[in-house]
Design a protein around this ligand. Structure first.
Ligand code: SF4
Length: 258
């Protein structure tokens, strides 16, 4: 009951803060028929001063991980553990906690952002600051719960002063994201902003490309605006919602009634 009331409150908030006119209530049941204990994977945060050589760099990670076996949770744990030990780029020196990502272990939908901010660096969890709260509302507006999806970033350590990650940092960290996606096998990927669009697809121009279906290794991929951008540019909220409706269509789900 408490979760339902929270969801209804979030829907009321949508009109005020996200600019979406929405009536009705979100789907009351989880998207996936698995137990709640299995649904939520909060990656453990383990820091290590001396990482094992086999997992000390991202490029070595892909070869060290087990082949796709369907054991997504175990794979995600292995990836998170490798991330926690990683010193493959300079971002390791300024981090408080690594932020590998969290969410459902067999999600139909994965959201990918740019990198951790201050709140995420402090907590070790993705999208927990103001932008994360907006992303939560976007997910609820789609008729989903945060625990239905997986949320992560291109880089797993906070860039200083929240700057965009450099190309070499993205290149160093990308094998972790690719391994996560290989383990998760989502039905649809939603890219949040220019950085994941460039990192995963090699494309530039989020304002032009948003909402256009792309593919990453055969998985339908929809770019849209980063929630932090939406907080600063409210006029982009409506087109962002249109992008999310395309995501719902690709998932075979109806847009919640207005
Ligand atoms: S950002 Fe990625 S590649 Fe760089 S140290 Fe962190 S986990 Fe390793």
């Amino acid at each position: 009951m408490g979760e339902l009331l929270d969801n209804l409150k979030q829907l009321v908030d949508l009109d005020r803060t996200f600019g979406i006119e929405f009536q009705g209530k979100p789907a009351p049941t989880p998207l996936l028929p698995v137990s709640k204990a299995l649904l939520t994977h909060v990656a453990p945060v383990r820091q290590s001063v001396s990482p094992p050589a086999a997992l000390s760099s991202a490029p070595r990670l892909a070869a060290s991980l087990p082949a796709a076996s369907g054991l997504a949770a175990a794979d995600l744990d292995a990836i998170a553990a490798a991330v926690a030990r990683c010193t493959a780029c300079g971002l390791c020196s300024g981090r408080t906690k690594t932020v590998p990502g969290e969410g459902a272990t067999s999600p139909e939908l994965v959201f990918i952002g740019e990198g951790p901010g201050a709140d995420e660096d402090a907590s070790g969890r993705p999208f927990v600051g103001a932008a994360g709260q907006l992303l939560d509302k976007m997910i609820v507006a789609m008729g989903l719960q945060r625990s239905d999806v997986f949320i992560c970033n291109v880089v797993k350590c906070r860039p200083p002063s929240n700057r965009a990650p450099e190309p070499d940092e993205i290149a160093s960290c990308l094998p972790y994201l690719e391994a996560q996606l290989d383990a998760l096998k989502p039905k649809v990927i939603c890219l949040l902003g220019a950085t994941p669009l460039k990192a995963l697809l090699g494309l530039s121009g989020i304002t032009r490309i948003h909402g256009q279906r792309q593919e990453w290794r055969g998985i339908p991929t929809i770019p849209t605006f980063h929630p932090a951008y939406l907080l600063r540019n409210t006029e982009a909220k409506k087109p962002a919602w249109d992008d999310l409706k395309i995501v719902l269509s690709l998932l075979g789900r109806e847009t919640p009634k207005r």
